[in-house]
Ligand binder design. Structure first.
Ligand code: ACM
Ligand code: ZN
Length: 625
């Protein structure tokens, strides 16, 4: 009875409108919370207005996502009769609401009904993600969750994206991720309203897509010798050593993943990276190189030299015509990404065929030969009814007329291309490269450079001085040299892609760092329930060290997140919140060897214990001089 009473009281509390906290990410364009909640109960019906398969799919997906953790199997109807009193309504607008575009939606929750409407199914799909985020974190649980109240706060939401291109790229060449991993990654993207999955399918370390006209691309090109440890330092393949590490997607797998993404309103952009980054293809077909090889699929050894297709050999373009033809048939997206980055042109300069090509085509530099190559690929891509995207190197030597440019070496490539009237996608290293460190290298898994969460959040894809309409949007890129597993891919992707999700979706003027941190933390609780990995590096301080002439090393610790307190020791003991509190820059006591730090918030441990060698700080201070 007491249990009953408690239940009644808590339901009463809910109905009296004890405000349920809302932490939507990305932030919607407008949100008004009203008193009260809508309580999910088995009597609620999901109604989809209009008998259209895309609507039914969204309704079914909502039904399943609710059923798994709650055990409530809500019934589905495709029209509403008067007998249905409590419902979740999914409705396509009869007359398009001009504020919403293709991907926007409105969501109204009262204590009687949840009403979601949009111009297109994509809008309903994004509205469903918002609806799910209004429910407690346990709604993401894969098993029945112990949750007393499954309710949504009463709200009125109007929402639509800032950009139409909200991408994440996954490199499946440096490490292979089976299709199940890719689907899981796509699932995570969909929850945060990403709509483009850029699949980096080929590179020096593995060719991952079955091409029926060239079977060795995968029978040879998808496999390399196994190595563990530090990428770029691995031993080269030894004579006779079996190439057992790798894998690839059959065309059947590709179709399955494409459909999976489509069901989640995500477009997949395939990338076939040429003319550089082609060592795996050349291991299979050395005849498309300048020298004839032989080549091995690179296992992550120091860069070996030749990895470009020959630009002087006509059969290279016959090869690409067939490859791109098969790729075009597999992917419904209007774009094919041809890579084009970091092409090593040294062998072109020594190759008689490439030199002959330059003479015949009156090309004055290796850059112009690269531009010639890109234009030929552009013609192939156009002949398959698709449009070309390339990394910003395709600007060198003259840009192909119809190309869309993905700017990665900063924003400059994008700016130049936009000024020439081309569409661009902004994915500059300094804001968007998810393979970079997100906290101090002494505590993070080994990689390179630095991209902290707050920096991601400061990204603006639209630079000054260009036509904003040419900026399709932005993208985070996860290169996987140092990412051998999906768990680690998740660690590198989140929470930084929470920041990017908000940059790409929400109005710029709504940016709010402390608010974002709170919303991102709420998402990590959902990820705990869903068993998705993420980094907690945002709680760790950044170290800055300068060498002062008088006093020696001066160390400054800084944190990004409001309300953190850092504690430290110099005496080799483990720090906790009884240790010295960091309040001002520190001088190093004589003979101290390590500065150990740890971070708390409201008395709770949030950061990692970091042991920073003083020798490391001395080195860094020296390097900065
Ligand atoms: C790239 O990072 N090479 C596009
Ligand atoms: Zn050549």
């Amino acid at each position: 009875m007491r249990k009953y009473l408690f239940l009644l009281l808590s339901l009463y509390g809910i109905q009296q409108g004890v405000a349920q906290e809302i932490n939507l990410l990305p932030q919607p364009v407008s949100l008004h919370q009203q008193a009260g909640v809508f309580i999910l109960s088995p009597q609620v019906t999901i109604v989809y207005q209009r008998d259209k398969s895309e609507l039914r799919d969204i309704a079914l997906s909502l039904q399943q996502r609710i059923a798994r953790p709650t055990g409530m199997q809500l019934s589905l109807r495709y029209s509403k009769d008067n007998k249905i009193s409590r419902y979740i309504l999914l409705k396509l607008n009869d007359q398009a609401d001009s504020r919403l575009g293709k991907e926007g939606y409105t969501l109204n929750v009262t204590n009687q009904e949840v009403s979601l409407s949009a111009n297109e199914p994509a809008g309903l799909f994004y509205g469903m993600q918002t609806l799910m985020q209004l429910l407690p974190a346990a709604i993401e649980s894969k098993t029945i969750a112990k949750e007393l109240k499954w309710s949504l706060p009463c709200v009125t939401i109007l929402d639509y994206p800032r950009f139409g291109w909200r991408g994440l790229m996954l490199d499946v060449s440096r490490h292979f991720f089976p299709k199940e991993d890719v689907k899981r990654y796509i699932d995570q993207m969909a929850k945060y309203k990403f709509n483009v999955f850029h699949w980096h399918l080929t590179d020096d370390q593995g060719w991952r897509i079955e091409i029926k006209s060239f079977p060795k691309l995968t029978s040879t090109g998808a496999w390399r010798v196994p190595r563990t440890g530090t990428w770029w330092q691995f031993d080269e393949p030894q004579p006779g050593e079996p190439a057992t590490d790798g894998g690839y997607y059959t065309q059947e797998d590709i179709r399955e993943v494409v459909q999976y993404a489509q069901d989640r309103h995500i477009m997949i952009i395939p990338e076939i990276d040429v003319p550089g980054h082609s060592m795996a293809a050349l291991a299979a077909y050395p005849e498309y190189s300048c020298t004839g090889g032989p080549f091995n699929v690179n296992p992550g050894s120091k860069f070996q030299g030749e990895n470009s297709l020959c630009a002087g050999n006509d059969s290279t373009f016959v090869f690409l015509d067939k490859v791109i033809g098969e790729v075009a048939d597999l992917f419904p997206s209007p774009y094919i990404h041809m890579g084009g980055d970091e092409c090593n042109k040294a062998f072109w300069k020594k190759c008689p065929k490439c030199q002959q090509r330059m003479l015949t085509e009156k090309l004055n530099s290796a850059e112009e030969l690269q531009s010639y190559f890109v234009r030929r690929v552009e013609q192939i891509i156009l002949s398959k009814g698709k449009k070309l995207i390339g990394w910003d190197e395709i600007l060198e030597g003259g840009l192909a007329p119809s190309a869309t440019v993905m700017s990665w070496r900063g924003m400059e490539g994008g700016i130049t291309a936009a000024k020439a009237g081309h569409q661009i996608i902004m994915t500059p290293t300094q804001y968007c490269y998810l393979d970079l460190y997100q906290g101090d290298p002494v505590t993070e898994p080994e990689t390179y450079s630095m991209l902290r969460l707050k920096t991601c959040y400061e990204f603006d894809p639209v630079p000054e001085g260009i036509d904003a309409a040419l900026v399709l949007g932005g993208q985070g890129n996860l290169w996987t040299e140092s990412v051998p597993t999906l768990r680690h891919a998740e660690y590198m992707t989140w929470p930084r892609s929470f920041a990017l999700a908000e940059v790409f979706w929400s109005p710029k003027e709504m940016r709010d760092w402390p608010g974002f941190v709170k919303r991102a933390e709420a998402q990590t609780r959902r990820y705990d329930a869903a068993r998705v990995n993420y980094a907690t590096s945002l709680y760790d301080p950044a170290f800055k060290a300068v060498q002062e002439t008088e006093n020696g090393l001066l160390i400054t610790l800084s944190t990004e997140v409001p309300g953190l307190i850092t504690y430290y020791t110099f005496d080799n003991t483990r720090p906790d919140n009884f240790s010295a509190k960091y309040e001002q820059p520190l001088h190093v006591p004589k003979n101290a060897r390590n500065l150990k730090v740890i971070t708390y918030r409201n008395g709770e441990l949030v950061g990692h214990e970091i042991s920073m060698p003083i020798a490391e700080l001395l080195k860094r201070a020296g390097e900065k001089k």
